[in-house]
Ligand binder design. Structure first.
Ligand code: PEP
Ligand code: MN
Length: 369
């Protein structure tokens, strides 16, 4: 089960009040607004052709292309480097789109600033490393440039928040967070699991921070990109970063997850943006009835949990008095089987119930120590 490493009461008032509105750095007149372009900049022709095609969609506001690629294995294409920045500049001149690329070192930042890249992003493999993030923060100090921070590869809110704080501390107020999913050893449909609890908690702490979703790196597979994009919109996310390549089959990195500019524009037409305001009074009434029911159920859960913990403490006292160990594995396994059977009957997801009761059980053990 997810462990949020900061307490629910953490407040970040300064960061919250001073984060710039997204409209200060992107002209957003459409939902979703989109950052599109290839995983990697491969050649002047590939960059220009892709930029010209993606720019045809009115939702696309920013052109992306990786100049330096953090590849898992050596002897794979690691990007063309600084040369790509010139191609981005030409793409911008031709299409009018803002440009963005990933920076992982102070030298990358220096080169991007020199070559006029409009927006920087920090990749998932860099967000995990506070030393690297601090060096990048130092390199952008005093520069008015937007920086987008991808979530770290592992599902940890603290590192993501920490990277944002380091950049803010260096004077960057045009900030955004990108949810690109988290790596997991477990079997999943996705390349990187979209653990929505974490970006939602980030948003709760920093309501003003623009949140973008990168469905391409979550999906890892082009047929899933649309489903994940719609999921992001359903969560109220209005910005998407989508990898698009003029010829995905020939892409030198992330070939399986890229879509053509035409597929991108057709997909954008199909996606349903959700309005923030509920205007229909009848819909509002129905929603508020369900909300009341949910609140009632939550109160019952809390009351039942409190009763459960009281019973646990009662057992704990008896175990202590009679020298019986706290952890009774047989009983716990029995309980879990029983809960899973009940959950199946009630149509509840087994993994969810297992994770929930593991958390409850861990707390029960702690209460008896
Ligand atoms: C990318 O955007 O191409 C990339 C490498 O992303 P991430 O840092 O999310 O893996
Ligand atoms: Mn990629």
């Amino acid at each position: 089960m997810l462990v949020l490493c900061l307490t629910m009461t953490d407040k970040l008032p300064k960061l919250n009040s001073d984060i710039a509105d997204i409209s200060a750095w992107v002209d957003i007149d459409k939902v979703p607004w989109v950052i599109a372009g290839p995983c990697s900049a491969e050649s002047a022709e590939q960059v220009m052709a892709t930029a010209v095609e993606v720019a045809k969609s009115p939702n696309v506001k920013v052109f992306r292309a990786g100049a330096w690629k953090p590849r898992t294995r050596p002897d794979t294409f690691e990007g063309v480097g600084v040369e790509a920045l010139e191609w981005l500049k030409q793409a911008k001149e031709r299409t009018g789109l803002l440009t963005t690329t990933e920076v992982a070192t102070p030298r990358h930042v220096e080169l991007c600033l020199e070559k006029g890249v409009d927006i920087l992003w920090i990749g998932a493999r860099t967000t995990v490393n506070p030393f690297a993030v601090q060096e990048i923060a130092h390199a952008v100090k005093g520069v008015d440039i937007p920086v987008m921070v991808k979530n770290p590869v592992n599902p940890e809110l603290g590192l993501w928040l920490g990277a944002i704080e380091r950049l803010f501390g260096a004077g960057i107020s045009k900030l955004a967070a990108i949810h690109r999913g988290f790596s997991s050893y477990a079997e999943t449909d996705y390349r990187n699991r979209p653990n929505w609890v974490i970006p939602i908690e980030l948003k709760r702490r920093l309501p003003r921070l623009p949140l973008i979703c990168d469905p391409s790196h979550i999906a890892g597979e082009r047929s899933l990109v649309e489903r994940v994009s719609q999921m992001a919109l359903d969560f109220g996310i209005t910005g998407l970063m989508i990898e698009s390549h003029i010829d995905p089959q020939q892409a030198l990195s992330d070939s399986k997850q890229q879509i053509t500019p035409l597929e991108l524009s057709e997909m954008l037409d199909r996606l349903k943006a959700r309005g923030v305001e509920i205007t229909d009074p009848e819909v509002r009434e129905r929603i508020s009835q369900f909300r009341a029911e949910i609140s009632r159920a939550d109160s019952n859960i809390i009351r039942d949990l409190a009763d459960r913990m009281k019973a646990v403490e009662g057992i704990g006292r008896i175990k202590r008095d009679h020298n019986i160990p706290v952890l009774q594995l047989n009983r716990w396994e029995h309980l879990l089987d029983d809960h899973l059977a009940q959950a199946a009957e009630a149509g509840l997801d087994a993994q969810f119930i297992k994770a929930l009761f593991e958390t409850i059980h861990a707390q029960a053990v702690r209460r008896q120590l």
